[in-house]
Structures are given as structure tokens and as C-alpha cells.
Design a protein around this ligand. Structure first.
Ligand SMILES: *Cc1c(COP(=O)(O)O)cnc(C)c1O
Length: 499
């Protein structure tokens, strides 16, 4: 299995090279040359397997340089009972009738990013060994919340890596901030950046693009790398839980072999839902992939009109991990859907870069619409959905998952489709506890209360335990107090690395 660039201007590389490099030299994303089809024997095997075994089985053909033994070690370390608080790792819970919720937040940071970021460090260090990468890796992350903490947890104390996370001092929730500034580990560094996410993000991009800075690091045997979702090593673990969901639906007798299902995915960067698309290409029978957005509804418009247009106001919403106007992984979908037409993809991506907009051809648009359905919802609807689902089914949603549930209800209203459906739940409700409290409690009850008090109130009112990754956070030792200005981020990196 080789990996191509989605822009087609570089030679194919091995899986280990794709993971070590992160992004192709022509600016494209690495894409697999083929998607292996699951045969009858695979399905039988998967039904007898636990999550770890399913993961090893599905990853195998994508990572041919890794031995079965290496892969087993990776999945067992990543999806270990010390790190995930549910033995099923990604349990599928029935909401009602033919509608299920797949909980992707049982990892250490209580958001779905753990599904991939617990795995990436193992894949990356093995890949570095295979490509004979000489230096150590410095993972540099700008985060709007979930990615930073998940990357810190994934990379902490991993040999030959350091991890530096910059978060905006305006813009992350109190829980998210506490999760990061209390991070343990001998190779982890965290700094607040004065400003918003864009300031932190631009600073990180500037550092990546600064040749003399990178040369200076290279002189000390260090190389920058990224943990964001354009890395193939972050994407490939996200195929696993869609296959696993289908296997569970088979096991529970909800579907028979070959019977299609819908997946509903709260979407930002298009990484999660792309895992569903790839699972479909591997043979999971899919009726519709339902792409749910918040007020940043650039993907809703794209799927409905074929026009991707980021020239619009950036909205801050109650589902902040989906506040995104450039969904990078869409590039991989376009590559597949055009039948690997790197020329077309390059033109569209150039237009996106230069004009912030591109329009796909009618044939490609029809293909997109034959698989995807899209809608969005606003913050009021999000809160109402949390409340309604709690009252009707006693299931507590976080704000991101609530967007997905609302959009699925819109879908059902419009199509009357009764295909069995799995909705991806991307965060524990306690991770966005103050918004969830706002949905359930009266304004008088929550007024003036801090986030940690609200978490306890939520837990008492619902009888649901606060997850380990969040419980007692307010009492943990604060280990990271560095604050920096966006223009001083280079110096902060050098200080952290003692260069
Ligand atoms: C990152 C994230 C998303 C968006 O996932 P993408 O892969 O970027 O589409 C949705 N919900 C939560 C809670 C997240 O952390």
C-alpha cells in the first residue's frame, strides 16, 4: 500500500513516510492508493473480536510495514483500560427505536480526539524508526480546546518526542484550560497566548514556515511535526469505530449482513466523517452520511450547492470544536470522489487559497449528494435538543452531539427515512458542562456559579458520574504558567527546548 499526494505532484510514499512527513511536499494530503475491501471472512473475524482486535485487523492493510505484533502493541497501548473508562472503548448505546449513539469520549480527555490521538504517538514513533528519522520530534499544536489536551495526553512521556501546546487565553473553556495547565509528563510544555485562536494558530504556522528557525532546531537534532487531523496517522484510527459500530449493530440483530445504515457526524474539519466515508469504501453498507454543522455552516452549503465559500463571518458557538471555516480533510474526499483526479483537486485548493471559494463540477456534486446529506443548527436549538433528549430519553448530550441529534431530526422530518442510524457522540456532556447546565437549569439556578460547581450540580441532577478526566480538576496542581504574546512564540519554543 502506497500513499499518494492529493495534489499529485510528488512521488508516492510508504505508510511510515506518510505518517512521519504529515503533509506532502506539494501541499497535498496523503491518501491511500486503494481502500481494502472487507470480505466475508473479515466480517466473521470482526464479530468475534474486541475493539482492540478490530482496530488491529482494520489498520493492518493500511500499514503494511508494521508487523502484526507491532500493531497489536500499538492498539493495546492506545486503547488500554487505564486510559479508557469503558471496556468497549466506543460503546454503541440505544437512544430509541432504530437510533443509536456511539460514544467516542471514553478516553482520558473525554472527547473523540482521543480515539486517534492515543494511537498517533505509537504510529509516529514506529514510523520514525522505520524511516530512519535521525532526530527527535517536536509536536507543535495550536488548539481551540480539545486537540491540545488530547495531544498532550497522547504524547506525554513518549520517547523521542516533545510536545508544545499553545492555547488562546481568550477562547477555551475553564475545564479545557484546567485540563491543559495541570498536564503531567516530562516532555510536555503548555503556554497561553494573548489573543484568540487565530493568533495562536497563525503563530504556529509562522514557526512551521520559518526556515532559519527550523534549521536551528535541526542543528540540535530536532524536527517540528504536527498532530492535527491532516496526518494520516490520525485519520486511519477513525475508520475503525465506524466498522465497529456496524459490527455491533449486526451483533445486536439491528441489521442483517449487507443492510445499510446511516451515520450522523457533528463535523468541523471533516476528519471524523471522512472516517465514515472510508469505512463505506471498505464495505460497510451506508445509506447516508449526515453531516451536521453549527452556525459555521460552510459544509452544509457545500454539500447542498457544490460551492465551498469560506468568505463569511466566523461565528463563536456553544459547540466550539466545530467552529471552523476551512475543513481541511474535504480535500481527501474530493480526491476519492473525482476518481483520484489530483489535477482538479489542485485547482480547487488553489482557488480556496486565493479566493476563499471554489465550485465543484455537476458530476462531482451529484456524487457528493448521493452519499451525503447536510444541515446545521444554531445555539438555541442545540440547548433545546439537550433538554428535550434528556426529558424524553434520559440521555445527556454534550453541545456537539446535540447538533448532530437536531440535524438528524431535521433529516427524518424531510425524508421520513427509517434506516437504522448511529449518531456519533464526540464529547462527554461534562466537557461542556456550563452549556449543558444552561440547557437543563433555570437562569436563576446557574447565575454566578463557576464551571466546577455547575458540573457537580449536573452530576447530582442527572445521577451521572463526572468522568475521571474532569473530576477534581479544580484541585489539581497547576504546572504550566507560561504566558506569551503571539509575536514571541518562537522565543517561547526555544525557551521550552532550552536552546
Ligand atoms: C474535533 C471535534 C469535532 C469535529 O471533528 P472533525 O473531525 O474536525 O470534523 C466535533 N466534536 C468535538 C467534541 C470535537 O472535539
Amino acid at each position: 500500500m502506497l500513499y499518494f499526494s492529493s495534489r499529485g505532484k510528488t512521488d508516492p510514499v510508504s505508510a511510515a513516510q506518510a505518517i512521519t512527513m504529515g503533509i506532502a511536499a506539494d501541499g497535498g494530503l496523503f491518501v491511500p492508493e486503494i481502500l481494502p475491501r472487507l470480505n466475508e471472512e473479515d466480517w466473521l473475524q470482526l464479530q468475534k473480536s474486541n475493539y482492540q482486535q478490530r482496530a488491529a485487523h482494520i489498520l493492518r492493510p493500511f500499514l503494511p510495514e508494521f508487523t502484526q505484533d507491532e500493531l497489536n502493541k500499538c492498539v493495546n497501548a492506545a486503547y488500554h483500560s487505564k486510559r479508557f473508562d469503558d471496556p468497549q472503548i466506543a460503546p454503541l448505546v440505544k437512544l430509541h427505536d432504530q437510533v443509536f449513539i456511539q460514544e467516542l469520549w471514553h478516553g482520558p480527555t473525554c472527547a473523540f480526539k482521543d480515539m486517534a490521538l492515543q494511537m498517533l504517538p505509537h504510529l509516529l514513533t514506529l514510523s520514525m524508526a522505520k524511516t530512519e528519522e535521525a532526530g527527535d520530534i517536536v509536536i507543535l499544536v495550536a488548539t481551540s480546546g480539545d486537540t491540545g489536551k488530547a495531544a498532550l495526553e497522547g504524547f506525554k512521556d513518549v520517547d523521542r518526542t516533545r510536545i508544545i501546546v499553545f492555547y488562546p487565553d481568550e477562547g477555551v473553556s475553564e475545564v479545557q484550560k484546567r485540563q491543559m495547565v495541570t498536564q503531567e509528563g516530562s516532555n510536555v510544555f503548555v503556554a497561553a497566548v494573548a489573543g484568540n485562536f487565530d493568533d495562536a494558530q497563525s503563530g504556529v504556522k509562522r514557526i512551521f514556515g520559518n526556515p532559519s528557525f527550523n534549521n536551528h532546531l535541526a542543528d540540535h537534532g530536532l524536527k517540528l511535526s504536527s498532530a492535527n487531523s491532516i496526518n494520516w496517522g490520525r485519520l486511519v484510527p477513525q475508520i475503525v469505530y465506524y466498522v465497529s459500530a456496524y459490527v455491533d449493530l449486526l451483533g445486536q440483530g439491528v441489521v442483517e449482513a449487507g443492510q445499510p445504515v446511516n451515520f450522523v457526524v457533528p463535523t468541523g474539519n471533516f476528519g471524523n466523517i471522512l472516517g465514515a466515508y472510508y469505512a463505506g469504501m471498505m464495505g460497510v453498507p451506508i445509506n447516508r452520511l449526515i453531516c451536521a454543522s453549527n452556525a459555521n455552516n460552510v459544509l452544509t452549503d457545500f454539500i447542498r450547492t457544490g460551492i465551498y465559500d469560506r468568505n463569511r463571518r466566523f461565528e463563536k458557538t456553544l459547540s466550539p470544536s466545530m467552529d471552523i471555516l476551512i475543513s481541511s480533510n474535504l480535500e481527501r474526499l474530493l480526491f476519492e470522489i473525482t476518481g483520484h483526479d489530483a489535477g482538479k483537486v489542485s485547482v480547487w485548493m488553489e482557488q480556496l487559497k486565493n479566493q476563499g471559494r471554489y465550485e465543484i463540477d455537476p458530476e462531482t456534486k451529484n456524487k457528493v449528494q448521493s452519499i451525503f446529506w447536510a444541515d446545521y443548527c444554531n445555539d438555541d436549538q442545540t440547548l433545546m435538543t439537550i433538554r428535550a433528549v434528556w426529558e424524553e430519553w434520559r440521555y445527556l448530550l454534550d453541545t456537539h452531539t446535540a447538533v448532530a441529534v437536531q440535524v438528524y431530526q431535521n433529516y427524518q422530518k424531510e425524508t421520513a427515512d427509517s434506516t437504522p442510524t448511529a449518531i456519533m457522540s464526540t464529547a462527554s456532556p461534562f466537557k461542556f458542562g456550563s452549556s449543558v447546565a444552561q440547557a437543563l437549569f433555570s437562569p436563576e439556578l446557574i447565575q454566578g456559579k463557576d464551571e466546577f460547581t455547575l458540573l457537580n450540580m449536573l452530576s447530582t441532577a442527572t445521577g451521572i458520574q463526572i468522568p475521571k478526566g474532569i473530576e477534581g480538576l479544580e484541585n489539581r496542581e497547576i504546572r504550566h504558567k507560561t504566558r506569551t504574546k503571539a509575536e514571541d512564540m518562537e522565543q517561547t519554543v526555544l525557551d521550552f527546548l532550552q536552546l
